[in-house]
Design a protein around this ligand. Structure first.
Ligand SMILES: Cc1cc2nc3c(=O)[nH]c(=O)nc-3n(C[C@H](O)[C@H](O)[C@H](O)COP(=O)(O)OP(=O)(O)OC[C@H]3O[C@@H](n4cnc5c(N)ncnc54)[C@H](O)[C@@H]3O)c2cc1C
Length: 872
């Protein structure tokens, strides 16, 4: 049994000079190291985190030709990929498996699309003419064909074939585990003498004049740095490639590296046998069956942040689920609560046209061909960068890189053999026969466990089973929901350089890639690991904490509940609501408001603590407070954060504009199924009751005059308001009417209006309703970037009372005295002797005029139905 101890590797570093140093332990770096070692070079490879933990572990797990690149007429890339597809299947048969794809094509006018795909698949077959040059006939890939809709209905009853005109069937390959396949290549390099280290960051280049002759490596486990000499250095750092180039050359690369983000979501199975490619406008997504689940992927958006920070935000997740639910040709809908795991990664894409701006750049259509840069002309002789490409083509990219390395070393390159040399564990002629023979050889182990072990280790299964036989505990599955056994954990630590819990959960095994395996499984794994690594309880605790954040059970949603809303009913119903919410959208963290202002503080603290979605549960006041908590110093705390509501108030004015249902169950159902879209907010500067200038955001309506006086009166009927908002509002209004005197106010509305008016009420509206159901601004849209300003001048009290019913029905706007403006900025000052002109902001009275109202278009992400579908 070969063991690879990190300590031995470190010792070898100081004493040896290498022909080649590879920076980056993704599949590109790994393939370069494997190829170079197989051609006789002395190689060291350094990986800053764990092997295949970045882009290479975040792929769709496909070994494929890339049908869509054919649509972009990248014939060379597709041919290269199809050739490499065959090679991977041949050299790693235990872990690369054939996957049937359905391509459903619509009816009607989509004839052109059908013709295009049919021709495309024909070309795909031609370009893979050698696809079945394999030793295992079970791995053969048939030519594409039409598949009958009846057959699809029988095999995939969840698919709705009514909308299909026809469907095409073709095949590609899928990796059981990209991380393991990468490891199998790396292990081969190590077995042939390569020095390989994870958690080893290259922090500096060594140079002799303009020649790069080594690197400084930092051991991230203990902070020790060491100089390592090498004749040639290959930068294979994927999304970090430009940073390493800048470190070496002191300048940004001439052709920018653009990072395109893609996310994947693992959910309950939508299909069982077939993968489905769903084409869309300028995009597509896959539904891929993988280990009993559906892997949904992927997105393609230019990413501007640091590659160190990439993660899947709640907003992206919800938006992607909505794309899938709209496009998936079946009845099944994926709710947030169906998600068991998700991950994101960055495609490094080399810019082709430096004059193109980031906005113009279309990452989806950008070529996936790889690039090799020789940095001699940048004053860095001996430094080569290999970047871009696909998992599938990484072996071939490495071949070209190693040819170049030999050129730099001044030697003739020996023949590359990586296309015919099986990876470690891959010396298997016929996979099914091999699995059968192992099942027979190990009758004490359940057949599905043995089969799974073959997928992991191929011919090295015997080493793992030997461990399991030494200790019965190691022969047991880690938990009921997984086939992995304890021996795999020990093997990962002893033989596969796993040093952290995350290495074992996500890369040496698939245990974590299928979602959280449960507390006791995690404890079992950390116990086994800590025993092997001689670590204490603190270590175990730290490791558990570090992985928790990766799982969907890690709540990213924070709920601010006002238990007093709806006459204390919200608090009483909360346990039931929470249970249903959990089922629909996954785990949530909850806090209750106790006094006015708590909503702001709770939401703000949650966002600062990293929660990404905040749900306000309560009435319009709670909604307003929570929205205000999204801001600090007038900036969003997290621009990616998402706001959502469960409206349990009595007035529900904001919910009415949204046409948000009243029934709690329906609201939760909506919440689970809707996407995210940007909501405008109003930003209000005014004087609070201490006379201080204050800023407050509003989602719905801010008004002043009679409405402010009414609100103050209504809020004095607190108990009644909780039970019957409409009656409380009516009483409050009557009370206000008796005392309110029309006020002279100077109104400035954009550049359209500037005058002093006697006013009854002026409403600056983002939403449509106020005052517990008055349809004051029936034309307002919450995402059009405009306010509707409704000016009700100083009409008599009698006139007002005669028209109240029209305000409820929204038919008051044609009253000759009412004026309506569309505006983005409104300023209001009390004119002479106006006295206190009270404001009403989303149903609360926070202060008085003077005030400035400004629209903030698309200010916040809100999780509701898109307005075109549902809103007035
Ligand atoms: C969403 C998505 C889906 C994809 N799906 C597929 C697919 O189905 N099939 C396919 O063929 N291709 C797919 N690809 C493409 C494929 O994943 C990539 O081409 C491939 O993984 C790139 O590997 P890499 O080694 O260049 O980068 P990475 O895997 O990112 O490796 C670079 C490594 O360098 C390390 N590093 C950085 N700086 C340093 C330093 N200073 N010192 C030491 N190490 C350092 C990083 O930690 C990292 O591990 C997909 C890509 C994405 C993003």
């Amino acid at each position: 049994m070969t063991t690879f101890a990190r300590s031995n590797m470190w010792e070898r570093l100081g004493s040896e000079e290498f022909d080649l140093i590879v920076i980056g332990g993704g599949i590109v770096g790994v393939c370069v190291a494997r190829d170079a070692v197989l051609r006789g070079l002395k190689v060291a490879l350094f990986e800053r985190r764990d092997f295949a933990s970045a882009t290479s572990g975040a792929s769709s797990k496909l070994i494929h030709g890339g049908l869509r690149y054919l649509m972009n007429l990248e014939i060379g890339l597709v041919r290269e990929s199809l050739r490499e597809r065959r090679i991977w299947s041949q050299i790693a048969p235990h872990t690369v498996h054939s996957l049937p794809f359905l391509l459903p094509l619509g009816g009607g006018k989509k004839f052109r699309e059908r013709l295009l795909y049919s021709l495309g698949l024909r070309a795909y077959d031609w370009l893979s003419y050698d696809r079945n040059k394999l030793t295992d006939p079970e791995k053969f890939i048939p030519a594409h064909k039409k598949i009958s809709l009846n057959q699809i209905s029988e095999e995939e009853p969840t698919l709705n074939t009514e909308n299909f005109k026809e469907a095409l069937l073709f095949h590609d390959y899928q990796m059981f585990s990209p991380e393991r396949l990468s490891w199998a290549c790396l292990k081969q390099a190590m077995m042939r003498g390569a020095v390989v280290l994870n958690y080893a960051e290259v922090v500096e280049f060594l140079r002799d004049g303009n020649k790069i002759n080594g690197v400084i490596v930092k051991n991230l486990e203990d902070g020790v740095e060491i100089q390592v000499k090498g004749k040639v250095v290959v930068n294979a750092t994927g999304p970090w490639a430009d940073q390493l180039i800048a470190l070496a050359t002191g300048k940004e690369p001439e052709r920018k590296i653009i990072r395109s983000k893609g996310i994947h979501v693992l959910t309950k199975p939508l299909t069982h046998k077939y993968a489905i490619a769903v084409p869309g406008k300028g995009t597509h997504f896959f539904v891929l069956p993988w280990l009993g689940y559906s892997l949904l992927g992927t997105t393609d958006t230019v990413y501007q942040g640091s590659p160190d920070d990439v993660h899947v935000s709640e907003k992206e997740l919800v938006e992607f689920l909505s794309v899938v639910n709209n496009g998936f040709p079946g009845n099944a809908k994926v709710k947030r609560g169906d998600v068991v795991f998700f991950y994101g990664g960055l495609r490094p894409i080399v810019e082709k046209d430096p004059t193109e701006t980031d906005e113009e750049f279309n990452s989806y259509n950008a070529s996936r061909s790889a690039e090799i840069f020789d940095h001699e002309q940048d004053g860095c002789l001996g430094l080569i960068t290999a970047v871009g490409g696909k998992w599938t083509t990484s072996r071939h990219l490495a071949e070209r890189v190693v040819d170049k390395v030999f050129e730099k070393l001044g030697h003739t390159a020996p023949q590359c053999t990586t296309d015919t040399t099986p990876v470690v564990g891959g010396e298997i002629e016929r996979l099914s026969e091999f699995i059968e023979s192992k099942i027979e050889q190990y009758p004490d182990f359940p057949p599905e466990v043995v089969k799974n072990l073959v997928y992991y280790y191929g011919t090295e299964i015997d080493e793992v089973i030997a461990l399991a036989k030494q200790d019965p505990i190691l022969a047991e599955p880690i938990c009921d929901s997984r086939k992995e056994i304890g021996a795999q954990i020990v093997y990962a630590v002893r033989n596969e350089m796993a040093v952290h819990l995350s290495d074992v959960l996500f890369r040496r095994t698939n245990i974590g890639n299928l979602g959280e395996p449960g507390e006791s499984a995690i404890r079992k794994i950390t116990d086994l690991m800590s025993h092997e690594l001689a670590r204490d309880d603190n270590w175990k605790e730290r490791e558990r904490k570090a992985v928790k954040i990766k799982f969907v059970s890690w709540a990213r949603t924070y709920v601010v509940v006002n238990p007093r809303a709806w006459g204390n009913m919200t608090g009483k119903l909360w346990p039931d609501i929470e249970k249903k919410l959990h089922q629909a959208i996954g785990p949530v963290k909850v806090s209750f408001t106790e006094k006015p202002g708590d909503g702001i503080e709770l939401a703000r603290r949650a966002l600062l603590d990293g929660y990404e979605q905040i749900i306000a549960v309560g009435g319009d006041g709670t909604i307003n407070e929570v929205v205000n908590g999204f801001f600090m110093d007038e900036r969003l705390i997290n621009p990616e954060s998402v706001f959502a509501i469960i409206s349990t108030g009595t007035g529900r004015d904001f919910a009415k504009t949204l046409k948000w249902p009243q029934e709690i169950d329906e609201q939760i159902e909506h919440l689970a199924n809707t996407s995210v879209f940007p909501l405008d907010l109003g930003k209000l500067r005014f004087l609070n009751f201490n006379g201080e200038e204050t800023t407050r955001y509003f989602v719905n309506i801010a008004s002043f005059g009679l409405s402010g006086a009414t609100d103050r009166a209504v809020n004095s009927y607190l108990r009644l308001k909780q039970y019957n908002g409409k009656v409380a509002f009516f009483l409050g209004m009557l009370q206000a009417l008796l005392t309110y005197k029309n006020k002279p106010v100077r109104l400035k509305i954009d550049n359209q209006f500037d005058d002093v008016l006697e006013i009854k009420t002026v409403a600056v509206c983002n939403g449509q309703y106020f005052g517990s159901g008055m349809h004051i601004s029936p034309n307002s849209q919450i995402n059009d970037g405009w306010f509707d300003v409704i000016v009700i001048p100083g009409i008599t009290t009698l006139e007002l009372l005669m028209n109240v019913s029209k305000v409820y029905s929204g038919t008051h706007l044609n009253h000759p005295k009412i004026r309506v403006f569309r505006a983005q900025k409104v300023m209001a000052y009390p004119a002479h002797k106006a006295g206190e002109v009270l404001l009403d902001v989303d149903g609360e009275v926070p202060g008085y005029l003077p005030a400035t109202f400004e629209i903030v278009p698309q200010a916040i992400n809100v999780r509701i139905q898109p307005p075109s579908d549902e809103l007035d």
